[in-house]
Design a protein around this ligand. Structure first.
Ligand SMILES: *[C@@H]1O[C@H](CO)[C@@H](O)[C@H](O)[C@H]1NC(C)=O
Ligand SMILES: *[C@@H]1O[C@H](CO)[C@@H](O)[C@H](O)[C@H]1NC(C)=O
Ligand SMILES: *[C@@H]1O[C@H](CO)[C@@H](O)[C@H](O)[C@H]1NC(C)=O
Ligand SMILES: *[C@@H]1O[C@H](CO)[C@@H](O)[C@H](O)[C@H]1NC(C)=O
Length: 281
């Protein structure tokens, strides 16, 4: 069994998990090898929120990225339950610390990829969704857009890329206050190798890593629970390009289980059906 990377509400001490408990089998966690991100380095990182009645707070459940003044890219499994519609979400932009001067923006539209299968969830692929913000954000030193790749972009094996988020930092360990955004550098793992790693450890012969997925991570360097929906970016020509969306994995930080991401290149034309290119990006 695999676990998904979104946070349940129990992560902050609430008693009722918002989502069905994703951890049903293998132990979760592992050293994710992260450290505090410097201010202003990842200005497209956003925090996706759901309201926690017990805590009376819009609680972080997933990451996401600003790809346009009014659109956020995230994972479909972060928006998975059918009763969770736009009004149930908020998005906090431009913050390094969760809940620091919180002023989350309303979401007016949630568009899940039509091929995302709710029962297979992230492992079924097409784990991608768009959120439309109620009003465009104003760009600043702390708020900016990430560049989308050309659909034809090939990401070379072993290229070092970066993933960011407010997810777990190690086995059973949610990020402690003051909830500073974490970053970690991860090597790209070729799909064929990644598939073999997962097959070998699950004694399965089927295709586990699909063409619309991308793997990255090494021992102690990985994304983890609560990072879902957040961006995996690589630098080309002095520009950060988002190649992946945190999707799923098995035991974060374990060398036999690289993190699995939705491959953004596979969905450029789908994104462009809704999100116009931003001027100057
Ligand atoms: C966000 O939505 C809520 C509930 O629909 C509404 O009460 C609130 O005024 C909205 N916020 C803004 C800034 O429009
Ligand atoms: C989702 O996946 C399940 C399990 O493979 C399959 O039975 C079902 O038909 C799929 N649903 C859709 C809408 O494709
Ligand atoms: C998977 O197992 C096979 C057979 O034991 C081995 O040859 C192969 O190197 C393993 N693959 C990886 C990626 O570890
Ligand atoms: C980087 O620049 C080179 C040369 O202009 C170009 O061929 C390549 O496509 C660029 N890479 C990306 C990812 O934009």
């Amino acid at each position: 069994m695999l676990w998904l990377l979104f946070l349940t509400l129990s992560g902050l001490g609430g008693s009722v998990p918002l989502f069905p408990d994703p951890g049903s089998g293998r132990p979760q966690g592992g050293i994710a090898g992260t450290h505090d991100a410097p201010t202003g380095r990842w200005p497209w990182q956003v925090s996706l929120r759901r309201y926690n009645k017990g805590l009376e707070l819009w609680q972080h459940v997933c990451g996401g990225s600003l790809i346009h003044h009014q659109w956020v890219l995230t994972a479909a499994h972060c928006t998975q339950r059918e009763d969770l519609e736009a009004g149930g979400f908020r998005v906090q932009v431009g913050r390094m610390r969760l809940y620091d001067h919180d002023k989350p923006t309303n979401v007016t539209q949630v568009i899940r990829h039509p091929e995302f299968n709710q029962s297979l969830s992230a492992e079924g692929g097409a784990d991608i969704a768009l959120l439309k913000l109620e009003a465009p954000v104003t760009l600043s030193e702390h708020i900016n857009l990430v560049t989308l790749p050309p659909a034809s972009l090939k990401v070379p094996e072993r290229k070092m890329c970066w993933v960011t988020g407010w997810g777990y930092i190690r086995l059973g360990a949610p990020l402690p206050p003051p909830y500073q955004l974490q970053e970690v550098t991860v090597p790209i793992v070729e799909n064929r190798v990644c598939n073999q790693l997962y097959q070998n450890s699950s004694n399965s012969f089927g295709e586990i890593i699909k063409d619309d997925m991308l793997c990255a991570g090494s021992e102690g360097q990985d994304s983890c629970q609560g990072d879902s929906g957040g961006p995996l970016v690589c630098s080309w020509n002095c520009t950060w390009v988002q190649v992946g969306i945190v999707s799923w994995g098995d035991i974060c930080g374990h060398r036999d289980f690289p993190g699995v991401y939705a491959r953004v290149m596979s969905y450029i034309s789908w994104i462009r059906q809704y999100v116009p290119p931003s001027p100057g990006s």
